[in-house]
Design a protein around this ligand. Structure first.
Ligand code: ZN
Ligand code: FE
Length: 261
């Protein structure tokens, strides 16, 4: 006899501010919930209240205000465990659990793996839950994009993206912003003959016209279409005239072109 299947966790994408996303992860069986990033408290508190869930954990990806500033106003935050990067304790809100690359912890009965994904900032972390095939990547790997390099080098971001690219194709990528339509306009300048990209752009337009989020996506779709994951793709290399440079150099060129786009 098979063991009875436990009820899976629910993950809700929560639009915040003008273009941020937080994610509520909940176990409907127990009513316990966690949130990844807190751009503002109101929409997150509303999701908790509507469902009768109570907050037990907050996961912070990086120190930027638009990812942490709502923390103090979250309902029940005083009883919640706050997780974030040990490397950033000096500039994150007060943490109850400081994490480093390779750490694991248990959240709502599921294992969470911590990845250092520095680049956008030094100390940016991503959270991967293999049991539900979700990765919370905020401003590292984004839908059809990656975060701007405010603190790290292109080499660091490329290494970070390679860690995420190594996850299973079916991994659901929960990233931090609705930048996808703008990212698409850039992506076609790098990878114009990619039919996966052309199809994705049609889908993005439909989703945005309907007022819905393009986030989350899947890792497979990002591998097929996201130019920042494709610095080793021969067609992209040929198109930008860098057939024999290192992958990191090609990534740096693509990132530089996006900054000037
Ligand atoms: Zn940021
Ligand atoms: Fe951000």
């Amino acid at each position: 006899m098979k063991a009875p299947k436990t009820m899976p966790l629910t993950v809700i994408t929560v639009p915040c501010l003008s273009d941020n996303y937080a994610f509520v992860i909940a176990d409907p069986a127990t009513g316990e919930a966690a949130v990844v990033d807190v751009p503002e408290a109101g929409p997150i508190n509303a999701v908790l209240a509507e469902n009768g869930w109570h907050l037990t954990a907050v996961l912070l990806t990086h120190h930027h205000d638009d990812h942490v500033q709502g923390l103090d106003d979250l309902t029940g935050v005083a009883q919640a465990t706050v997780y974030g990067a040990k490397a950033d304790t000096h500039r994150l809100p007060t943490l109850t659990q400081a994490l480093s690359d390779g750490d694991t912890f248990t959240l709502l009965g599921e294992q969470v793996q911590v990845f250092d994904v520095s680049g956008h900032t030094i100390g940016h972390v991503a959270f991967y839950l293999p049991g539900i095939a979700h990765a919370f990547t905020a401003d590292s790997l984004m839908a059809l994009g990656c975060g701007r390099l405010f603190e790290g080098t292109p080499d660091q971001m490329w290494d970070s993206l390679l860690k995420l690219r190594a996850l299973p194709d079916e991994t659901v990528i929960c990233s931090g912003h609705e930048y996808t339509a703008a990212n698409a306009k850039f992506a076609v300048t790098i990878d114009p003959d990619n039919t996966h990209l052309t199809s994705r752009i049609i889908a993005i337009t439909q989703v945005r016209d309907a007022g819905r989020p393009t986030v989350p996506s899947t890792l497979l779709l990002e591998k097929q279409t996201n130019p920042f994951l494709r610095a080793d793709d021969p067609a992209i290399r040929a198109h930008i005239g860098m057939p024999s440079d290192t992958d990191a150099a090609v990534f740096a060129e693509i990132r530089g072109r996006k900054d000037r786009f």
